[in-house]
Design a protein around this ligand. Structure first.
Ligand SMILES: *Cc1c(COP(=O)(O)O)cnc(C)c1O
Length: 428
């Protein structure tokens, strides 16, 4: 019988609602705290920073949330994305495991980030906001916000970690091509940036610092709001489009995954692919193992402590109950810049603490080896972030071989690495 490699949905099958795991969690996460009063944060306190509708979603425990028609229309640019059976990779590993991956690298910016960027730009524009600010590490999130702002006629200021701004210039040009403005962070545009530069003029920046600058600009400029590409509940919510599609596609393949695997930066692509499958377990029907693949250089779920911590370096955000390495943790300069965030977010951390999520930490060399094997077998050069998911999947496939056990593995290919060739060159 001919083997099916790609499982494709029709545009009409793009989900009409996102899935909110909060509705099914056995233990509710602890609340976010106002850093000054240390009292539970109220939605209204977040409305100066984020669009109202996004704040509502941040606090919502409603199980299904409608995807606005305009957002769904824009999703059609690149969705539904393919679900692929990785026969060639299976063969190279000589494993009895069945390996599937959801290919989010087909979006115009090459990663899953556009799934939430479009939604965030939409809700802000609907509210009459005219300018958005954000930060970006390697530039994936900035690129996604830039295309999204372009579609909704919003101005965008992106604070890009100086290290990447200088060493990885291409995404800076991608952001510019769609009309976004890019500033190397720390910058002289904000009080916080000026303070950092005064104390340390050669500072190379970090994601936490860039967040501090973007937040400061959002609260001090008129009609401006801030957007974040990961960590927060509303971001994870929007990303469930990945797993909801994958759920239908796995059905087409006649399988349900034993293990769902994704790389973990702030948890958005991990939650996006895995929560719709976890739903079946929380509803009491099926069992699934979720594995978050972290870099050894920044292992917040594997080695961090569960406690209240800030989302940024300067300590301007609410306090978040999460697994964290500390908000002033400065990870090594690994190539997977998108995985260098210090904390695991509210929902993922609660689920991890309740035993629903496993994690593993992987050295950079192993991830590049995995990325190159994937490129040679499946043909796609993966983003350095995504190579962590591939490496973790390979570990599981080899364990299955040793145990002589047929297992169904599903991982998320969060992005491609075509703009990260300098990283591959260094590794090779
Ligand atoms: C940003 C990014 C990540 C990490 O972010 P999460 O919120 O953990 O998903 C992973 N892969 C790619 C390609 C990214 O752009």
């Amino acid at each position: 019988m001919e083997k099916t490699k790609k499982f494709m949905l029709q545009e009409s099958e793009i989900p009409k609602q996102w899935y909110n795991v909060m509705a099914d969690m056995p233990t509710m996460p602890k609340p976010l705290l106002n850093p000054q009063t240390r009292e539970a944060l109220k939605p209204i306190e977040m409305e100066g920073l984020f669009a109202k509708e996004l704040v509502k979603q941040e606090f919502s425990a409603e199980k299904w949330i409608d995807i606005p028609e305009q957002v769904r229309e824009l999703y059609k640019m690149y969705r539904p994305t393919p679900l692929v059976r990785a026969y060639a990779l299976e063969k190279a590993l000589d494993t009895p495991a069945k390996i599937f991956y959801k290919n989010e690298s087909v979006s115009p910016v090459g990663s899953h980030k556009l799934n939430t960027a479009l939604a965030q730009a939409y809700y802000n524009s609907k509210q009459g906001i005219t300018r958005l600010t954000t930060e970006t590490g390697a530039g994936q999130w900035g690129s996604a916000m830039s295309i999204a702002c372009n579609y909704f006629g919003l101005e965008l200021d992106v604070f890009m970690v100086k290290q990447s701004y200088e060493q990885k210039p291409y995404r800076k040009f991608v952001i510019g091509s769609y009309g976004g403005k890019v500033h190397a962070s720390p910058s002289s545009l904000t009080n916080y940036g000026r303070k950092v530069l005064q104390e340390d003029p050669g500072n190379r920046g970090s994601l936490g610092m860039a967040i501090s600058e973007a937040v400061e600009m959002a609260v001090t400029k008129e009609n401006t709001r801030y957007t974040l590409g990961s960590v927060l509940n509303h971001v994870l919510l929007h990303q469930t489009i990945i797993g909801l599609e994958a759920e239908k596609q796995m059905e087409m393949a006649g399988e349900f995954p034993d293990k769902v695997i994704a790389c973990f930066g702030g948890g958005s692509n991990f939650s996006g692919i895995s929560f719709p499958f976890l739903r079946h377990q929380l509803e009491g029907n099926k069992k699934v193992t979720l594995i978050a693949a972290e870099p050894s250089a920044c292992p917040k779920l594997t080695k961090g402590k569960l406690e209240y911590d800030f989302g940024d370096t300067a300590g301007m955000t609410p306090l978040i109950p999460m697994y964290t390495l500390g908000h002033d943790f400065q990870p090594e300069q690994i190539h997977a810049a998108g995985l260098r965030y210090h904390g695991g977010g509210q929902i993922v951390s609660q689920l991890k603490s309740d035993g629903f999520i496993e994690s593993c930490a992987i050295e950079q060399a192993e991830t590049f080896r995995a990325g190159l094997l994937f490129a040679k077998t499946e043909g796609i050069i993966p983003a350095p972030e995504s190579t962590h998911a591939i490496a973790a999947t390979i570990r599981e496939a080899l364990k299955a071989r040793e145990a002589g056990k047929s297992e169904v593995l599903l991982f998320n290919l969060s992005g491609h690495g075509m703009l990260d060739m300098a990283s591959y060159e260094e590794y090779i």
